[in-house]
Ligand binder design. Structure first.
Ligand code: ZN
Length: 429
């Protein structure tokens, strides 16, 4: 157990509700100094700019945690404002470690809320995407063992002025349903032996407003394809692909017609259906998860360098730009994104097919809240937790726990670091 931080360093008004009473920030940037400064531990960062050990992994985590902390203040979603911040366990928040790769220790906090937002959380979206990618790889390899094939279908749409993101998304979902109910799709399904689909939604924002894309893996069972029912063995994948491709033109035309009938549009050249090998299919779909991730956005942004008005951005890039610059228009866009994406699914399996592949259903919230074999190495008092989460100690403590030789020294290290953070705290403004 660690000692309590001397109460004398904490002035009145530093109670649990301090964070919510802080005046709303005018601007967030230039990001890290301000974020750390607001948390009262700027000076800690000056001797810890290079994370020990984990290097890149630690850098990425710092970036996610900083962005998430900006959302504690700016998000319109209650669960995102609480993610990684609000203690949920009466026992308090624990610093936990678990085994990573051989010789690697991974630290985290337990007893803290997780939002489970696949769309709006720089941390949870990464954790969820990793799990979904792993599930997909398992599903695909099982499908391969059963002699199946897959094709990748890409369908896009864009909105006209005056339509909200919400309308766009509703339009996407209902047009997909109508596509599958139509004759071209049914003909395609019968010809190619389509037995299941996995649909992933991707949204970007550009000069013409919001764009939505569907990337769907179509699972083909050659034995059920009408044209090639007698073909088997090594040729079956090729035959299934051939059947799919020969039926694709009416499917793509149907998508566009249905969109236009509902006041949307799509660029013809952006619609695509193509064969992919089972071993490449996971990677193809992975690309759409990772492209939209916080990590990719932070990599592109690298400081306040907003892209031109013609470049399209993922929502996480919009957030990264806001974190870097504090641009109020970006914040408005981000909040529109939060409202429009809330309760929407990123991945949708056709009914029963996930189970058919032997995969279990685990919700995004469950994935985000999971811990693997954690060992609590330090219990934090309520006050310690407030100091940690509002300062650079939020990640420095994790890095220390991952790199130090003797975990029993962490309590003492935290006490002195936290005391410095409180003493160095700039005047509240
Ligand atoms: Zn979260």
């Amino acid at each position: 157990m660690s000692a309590i931080i001397p109460a004398v360093t904490v002035g009145p008004g530093q109670g649990p509700s301090t964070a919510t009473k802080e005046p709303r920030a005018v601007a967030v940037g230039p990001a890290d100094e301000r974020t750390a400064g607001a948390g009262g531990a700027g000076p800690l960062d000056t001797y810890a700019n290079n994370p020990p050990g984990g290097g890149q992994r630690a850098e990425r985590r710092r970036s996610r945690l900083r962005a998430r902390r900006v959302l504690w203040r700016e998000s319109s979603l209650k669960r995102v404002r609480a993610c990684g911040r609000t203690a949920t366990d009466a026992q308090g928040v624990a610093l936990v470690v678990s085994e990573g790769a051989p010789g690697e220790r991974i630290a985290g906090y337990r007893g803290v809320a997780t939002c489970g937002s696949v769309w709006a959380c720089p941390r949870c979206s990464v954790v969820i995407a990793e799990r979904r990618a792993q599930e997909l790889r398992e599903g695909l390899s099982g499908w391969g063992r059963r002699g199946g094939a897959v094709v990748l279908l890409t369908l896009t749409m864009r909105h006209h002025r005056g339509q909200s993101l919400d309308e766009l998304w509703d339009g996407l979902a209902s047009t997909w349903s109508r596509l599958m109910a139509g004759r071209p799709w049914k003909a395609f399904k019968a010809a190619a032996g389509l037995v299941g689909t996995l649909r992933v939604v991707e949204v970007t924002h550009g000069a013409a407003g919001w764009h939505a894309h569907i990337h769907a893996l179509l699972f083909l069972d050659p034995a059920q394809g009408r044209r090639f029912a007698t073909v088997g063995g090594a040729d079956s994948e090729f035959e299934a692909h051939f059947a799919a491709i020969s039926a694709r033109v009416p499917v793509l035309a149907s998508w566009r017609n249905l969109l236009r009938g509902r006041g949307f549009d799509a660029v013809e050249a952006a619609q695509d259906m193509r064969p992919v090998s089972l071993s490449a299919a996971g990677t193809e779909l992975d690309r759409y998860f990772t492209k939209g991730s916080w990590d990719a956005a932070a990599e592109v942004t690298k400081g306040p360098s907003k892209r031109g008005s013609t470049g399209s951005r993922t929502p996480m890039q919009i957030l990264a730009d806001f974190v870097a610059t504090g641009d109020a228009d970006d914040l408005d866009l981000w909040r529109e994104w939060e409202a429009g994406s809330e309760r929407r699914r990123q991945m949708t399996w056709s009914r029963g097919f996930k189970r058919e592949l032997g995969l279990t259903d685990v919700s995004d919230e469950e994935v985000a809240a999971e811990h693997r074999g954690d060992e609590a190495v330090l219990m934090l008092s309520a006050l310690q937790w407030r100091v940690v989460r509002e300062s650079a100690l939020y990640w420095l403590l994790l890095e220390r726990a991952e790199a130090c030789d003797d975990l029993s020294e962490l309590g003492g290290w935290l006490d002195s670091a936290a005391e410095r953070a409180l003493v160095d705290r700039p005047r509240a403004g």
